[in-house]
Design a protein around this ligand. Sequence first.
Ligand code: GLA
Ligand code: ZN
Length: 674
Amino acid sequence: MINTALPKIWYGGDYNPEQWGPEEWAEDVRMFKLAGIDVVTLNVFSWAMTQPAEDIYDFSGLDATMDRMHQNGIYVCLATGTGAHPAWMARKYPDVLRVDYQGRKRAFGGRHNSCPSSPTYRRYSQAMAARLAERYKHHPALLIWHVSNEYGGYCYCSACAVQFRNWLQQRYSSLEAVNRAWNTRFWGHTFYEWEEIVPPNELSEEWSGNRTNFQGISLDYRRFQSDSLLDCYKLEYDALKAQTPHIPVTTNLMGLYPELDYFKWAQHLDVVSWDNYPSLDTPVSLTAMTHDLMRGLKAGQPFMIMEQTPSQQNWQPYNSLKRPGVMRLWSYQGVARGADTVMFFQLRRSVGACEKYHGAVIEHVGHEHTRVFRECAALGAELEALGDSLLDARVPAKVAIVFDWENRWAIQLSSGPSIALDYVAEVHKYYKALFDQHIQVDMIGVEQDLTGYDVVIAPVLYMVKPGYASKLEQYVSAGGIFLTTFFSGIVNENDLVTTGGYPGELRRLLGIWAEEIDALLPGHTNEIVLQQSWGALEGRYECGILCDLIHAEGAEVLASYGTDFYAGMPAVTVNTFGQGKAYYIASSPDEAFLSGLLRNLCADRGIRPLVEATEGVEAAVRAKDGHELLFLMNHRPESAKIMLQEGSYLNMLTQQTVQGEVELSGRDVLILKK
Ligand code: GLA
Ligand code: ZN
């Protein structure tokens, strides 16, 4: 449990009383109670208020809010407020200001704007965390710490350049090793002094954000910046923990955000929390995958939905309203996939600046007679009634999909073979095929133990880190099913090609050699032609993006290409390795192929769908105390009929017993206990 002080699904969100006065404060509390809100996130952007000048700290406003919350039975997720530095700090200590990708020194403005190498930022953010911990360590409302806010963005200043060199010295020990790792003989880049190394931005090696002349340099800069921001987080974490070891600490992550290696970050979070902002047309499977990834960061430990909007965003190009029922539906989607909180940004809408058109529980009209408030209050009552019944429940899965940020960076930075290759999209294709079949999946990192999984899928495992190939070999030889795809096994962790034939270190396991890689033009496809029918698959399927031209070296050929000069060469292979099997999919297949493929692999291991697949209905299971809690979520406005597996179930929201076929209204949710 995140904190036993509040043993239910926490309900609330970001609350900025500093933007209001006593009249609204009283109304806020009254309406929070009406909505069943029991947690408020305070102080997220209050650094300028809590430290109005270098030597002055002022917690009077925060004291009053903390006390008011406690007097009204509301708990606090207390932010340290360091997500935006005060204007006085930027004026007095320009080292806090970042240098951007174009090499321009930033002026004061925006947020999430501090240079991670700035001594001023590090000193004062840590001091702020220490003061907050000292002041509120015994406050009865304090439930959890929220460090800074949505860490992200990179800096390219001279202080970062110095720290980058230090970071490189730590990682490689010698300049010779750096030169080797970056292959600097190419284009005469050999570095003879550490000081010659500069950050890779538009002034040096990069352009368009992820195009680079030197993958090794750019990859290491991403690692370094992710580590630097993590160091800033850790400074605050340690300051908080020193005084409140019993209070959990988190920072809000952003799902598939590209710039930080969240698997590494998660090791330093007591609980993962994240901000979920799908738009009206985001595939529900992509949101589901993101929740599963956030759960996977700490190997299945429940996580927090720190933010979502009750109705609409302001920063998307088209900020559609969540349709009636959708806020509740998407909240339960998170809970079904492992969230133990449902929290919003924001509780009351601001009147000025860029978030005034961002949805809130309390709208500008200021009272509770709104659609949005009614929906929020109805959900609040449900969560209250559910009590602790779902808390801490785990999400059992026999299938795992591997996700790795460094592999993602390396693929993005790669010059060739195709700009159409999108790592997240390829991962999502495999995820969606399973999601549509109601097969539960864990999203795992490369550090994760593989025993316990029947099927492990690693789409585009381009970068193979030290020891990973042998870990996969052990897993497969012990009986596991492993699947990987085109453009895998190509490089080591420094983005240096493993010579001796693709897929490099994975060649033995897969029993193939990939001789060449063809990139298909937009709109061009090839075909995957089955040798003979295989379970749910037969005939021809489309494929595209990249086609590896492979030779079977011990692997059995299941399908071959249908067209072009490599027609007849293998497109899908399986290699028996010890007790298990290793599959290679040499191109990016269409949905129909993936659906059949995953059906076959699951059938091979007796992995059953949670329920029969029904269009538009999502299914997920959490398990607790030997009970399974089945979530059925209808993402369509029309009602749906679902056939349950044998046995009878308790509807957790109505306390009625159900069995056999159930009808689920449009956008409705069922939570059934077996
Ligand atoms: C992010 C931030 C919040 C707010 C919301 C708006 O998630 O953390 O402060 O800006 O976006 O959607
Ligand atoms: Zn910097």
